[in-house]
Write a protein that binds this ligand. Structure first.
Ligand code: SAH
Length: 218
């Protein structure tokens, strides 16, 4: 670990433990998820001006009208995902890279697509700082997925499509799961498990994400 990271880590350890305590209180039970979120510094995924708020259980702006998801939501989505024991995961919406980093600690291969280039560049630097080498990033409209790296055991969508993206779901392996916030004004965190050409859909809970948008920003 670089001295710089270590220094910040020391000052934030206590607030990070408090965040984990709060996640337990609101119902996160996966010890693997809790331990990983205790280990990964969230403040390095934010601009310096906001880093003092990194361990509050709230979403925070990362520029380009996008947000770093609330810790509770990151924990919840990761907990649901791990129940399916995925080896390879496709993430749509790298954003700050925080969720990507959590995934990279818990599964073998992470593929993450982001449509806004400057966000992707910053995320790449942070993931490198953390020494995470099992992540591949792509600058593209995630709606097309990443066919040549699939099929994936899981797809995690961190921006809200209006409905489940059926084309993309064909990049899931048999038994694979997609987890996505689905809807517009009202969104529901939804999971769908692939059985051949059919999907077993389960609604998890109401959520609030930025919308999944088309096209790329350079
Ligand atoms: N997991 C991220 C969430 C960032 S917000 C984090 O916690 O930091 C959602 C992200 O999805 C934004 O960065 C946004 O640019 C990206 N996004 C939205 N539509 C997309 C699309 N079609 N393809 C790829 N990324 C998309």
């Amino acid at each position: 670990m670089t001295p710089e990271l270590q220094g910040i880590g020391m000052t934030s350890r206590r607030t990070r433990s408090r965040m984990i305590q709060r996640l337990r209180e609101v119902g996160i039970t996966s010890e693997r998820v809790l331990a990983t979120m205790e280990e990964v510094p969230r403040h390095i995924f934010l601009d310096e001006a906001l880093s003092h708020r990194a361990y509050e259980d709230t979403s925070l702006p990362i520029g380009h009208s996008q947000t770093l998801s609330q810790p509770y939501i990151v924990a919840r989505m990761t907990e649901v995902l791990l129940r399916h024991g995925p080896v390879s995961v496709l993430e749509l919406g790298t954003g700050s890279g925080y969720q990507t980093a959590i995934l990279a600690k818990l599964v073998k291969e992470v593929y993450s697509v982001e449509r806004i280039k400057p966000l992707q560049d910053r995320a790449r630097d942070r993931l490198r700082t953390l020494g995470l080498r099992n992540v591949m990033l792509r600058h593209a409209d995630g709606g097309i997925g990443w066919a040549d790296k699939g099929p994936f055991d899981a797809i995690l969508v961190t921006a809200a499509p209006k409905e489940l993206p059926r084309d993309l779901m064909m990049q899931l392996a048999e038994g694979g799961v997609i987890i996505a916030p689905v809807g517009e004004e009202k969104q529901i965190l939804t999971q769908a498990v692939r059985h051949g050409d059919d999907f077993e859909v389960t609604q998890i809970e109401p959520v609030r994400f930025v919308p999944l948008l088309a096209g790329v920003v350079r």
